[in-house]
Write a new protein. Structure first.
Length: 310
């Protein structure tokens, strides 16, 4: 056949596929804000017992040659027990082979994000919590409503200091803050009584995490997603608890071995309320499991910040 024109790539339009790019527009994965502040402790499969100081020794002044006062301290034990968190994703064998849009890799990260969301909801609000009644930060009775301090008395800065006052007047400490991202615009537009920014972010190279670190009245502070009380899906959140401050040494968490994944094509899985055979339907199930422990020694070591008039 005589050549009438040079062969072009458009002649192979049905054969050429665009290169598959990375998921550039995938939203950053949610991380646990609570785990940034609370201490992580070693945790075995049977849990751990943590010594808690219930009374401390005291000292007294004595005269020369006088009798020295006797004193002692006391400890009690509290148990932190691991509880299982799990999820099963079911896909067709064709999806596993084709891996469209790098879906299988994204799925793994999405499951890890789901675990972070479930952990924070249980630790902060006791939502579906297996850790026991009152073993969450919301069990505190200390509350400050943002926006109650007049601008002339410090505004939002005054509200934050009011939470500090509740803690120190009760003999507690303030070591850090955790706030929902909904209040970030409020913090960035607020100043202290000397006109300095209320929330000071860390240098840019340290802010790659989806949890934004910074400082608030000289304490470490983290701004993240999902710290507000869970609401009905689709309902706008115009108020509720938006953050916490307190002594985070009074809360500990642990994990037994991290998140484990396994795959099965032979089992049965409940789908839409009915057991479905994976083998019979050529399906693949990816099961993820992790065991977490959580313990709040003293909920009154925390203050809850609310914003019911958002």
């Amino acid at each position: 056949m005589a050549v009438t024109a040079a062969t072009k790539t458009s002649d192979f339009a049905g054969f050429l596929k665009p290169d598959e790019a990375q998921p550039y527009f995938e939203q950053a994965r949610r991380q646990s804000t609570v785990q940034q502040l609370a201490r992580q402790v070693p945790l075995g499969i049977n849990g751990a017992e943590i010594p808690v100081v219930t009374s401390k020794p005291t000292a007294g002044w004595v005269a020369e040659g006088g009798q020295k006062p006797a004193t002692n301290g006391a400890l009690s034990l509290k148990t932190i027990t691991p509880k299982k968190l799990a999820a099963i994703a079911v896909v067709s064998a064709e999806v596993v082979r084709a891996n469209p849009g790098n879906y299988m890799n994204i799925l793994r990260d999405d499951i890890a994000e789901a675990f972070a969301i479930a952990f924070d909801a249980a630790a902060l609000h006791g939502t579906n919590s297996p850790f026991g009644a009152g073993n969450n930060i919301d069990a505190t009775t200390k509350t400050v409503e943002l926006g109650t301090t007049s601008k002339s008395n410090g505004g939002v800065y005054g509200d934050i200091v009011a939470g500090l006052s509740l803690l120190v007047n009760d003999g507690k400490k303030l070591t850090g803050f955790a706030f929902d991202r909904k209040v970030e615009p409020t913090f960035l537009s607020a100043t202290d009584n000397n006109g300095r920014p209320l929330f000071v972010e860390t240098p840019l190279e340290d802010t790659a995490s989806v949890v934004t670190p910074g400082r608030l009245i000289g304490r470490p502070a983290f701004i993240g997603d999902g710290l507000t009380t869970p609401i009905v899906t689709g309902t706008p959140n115009t108020g509720g608890n938006v953050g916490y401050g307190g002594d985070w040494s009074q809360a500990v968490w642990g994990t037994v071995g991290g998140i484990s994944y396994d795959v099965s094509t032979q089992s049965t899985v409940t789908i839409n309320g009915a057991l479905v055979s994976l083998w019979e339907n050529n399906l693949v199930a990816i099961r993820a499991e992790a065991e977490y422990g959580w313990l709040v020694n003293d909920p009154q070591a925390f203050v809850e910040y609310t914003n019911h008039t958002a």
